[in-house]
Design a protein around this ligand. Sequence first.
Ligand SMILES: [Zn+2]
Length: 467
Amino acid sequence: MALKLFNTLTRSVQEFTPLDPRKQKVGMYCCGPTVYDYAHIGNWRTFVFADLVRRTLEFSGYEVSHVMNITDVEDKIIQRVREQKTTLREFTGKFEAAFLDDLKALGCRAPHVKPRATEHIPEIIALIEKLVARGVAYPAADGSVYFSIEKYRGCGACYGQLLKLNLDEMRSGERVASDEYEKESLADFALWKARVPGDGDVFWPSPFGEGRPGWHIECSAMSIKALGETFDLHLGGEDLKFPHHEDEIAQSEGATGKPFVKFWLHGAHLLVEGKKMSKSLGNFFTLRDLLARGFTGREVRYLLLTAHYRETFNFTLDGLHGAKSALLRLDECIGKLRDLAGNVTAAPDANLLEPFSAALADDLNISAAWAAVFDWRNEMNRRLAENSLHPADAAAALAAWEKVDSVLGVGVKAETEIPPEIQALADERAAAKQAKDFKRSDAIRDELKARSWVIEDTPKGTRLKKL
Ligand SMILES: [Zn+2]
């Protein structure tokens, strides 16, 4: 089934076809974290969305090359390195490791390439030199190098491909040095920032003088290196459309003269408890904050995956409680299907797979995809209850679920999720029962319950279930 996605570049839902002449390989770049703090739940929505896109492409049979950069030099980072009197590497290393741990906790597949900006300084300098040679970038008196929007437009190029910019308001000659700036100050932006005393030890030599790269040029240099001058997909949160992504396009197309990216995908914002997240409102959560409240990465992932990526989503703690019970009900059904199927195998049941695939292909219509899963679960529960399901039916249902979960990434393999000490207690209880030591067997059952595990006796033996 043809996969359709909303392309910000054309403002329309389009059929996705890769640039690869064999229509097999897909290059996908997602703007990664700026490692100056723990990522918050709004950031995680974007990364879970990127994971959904990647898994959907893989589910559709494509071979994806997933690149996610690590921005480890940037204005905010330098400020904090200075405040904390530490080194750049030590400071960013801690938050990079935390980010990758959290990414894993959320069940996201690891990107194939994770380039760090500080390890691509020669590529960044070469790209800036190219832009200077082509006349669309210029060195300023202070030793910084800026991108000239006027010169770029003078070559017939379009600045403002992702969103309509009011270019008449642009005053030529105005410049902006900081990495983040507002729409009103649309202006030439810094590619290379000359060293200033506040930078401390964070600088590199270059033909333009000592300094460091701007944020926007980092992504152009690293994506081109990893995926080529033109590639298939570029993703990010909608707040990155301007200026970051617009600048990425200008720098890349300004240097290569070729189209940069075929499909731009943007994920929408997230509200928490109905409001914009802020520390002062008490609705600011990192993943770690949520784990400390007893939720799991899997529950957070599930909740983030319930809304369409182009819709603003209201993330709430009530929603997380709902996620917990929805997953429990799903686990319960899948556990029963596993018991019934035993070692029987079968081809995937189309009753789940077809509506699920059709929903995803329709610009990742996740609500329809979940509806297909819940209809299927209800039907399975009904048939399990009336004993009308054969082991082969259960096996076909499970085979379909495995495929579906290769996209959703919320399933657990019950067998591998039981901690060894819990399994040891269950074995001891089985031995006690065998020896008719019911007092001991009951005591172990209580002990397991205290640790949030229940033991269920089924016709095929006992089964452990997490409460
Ligand atoms: Zn970027």
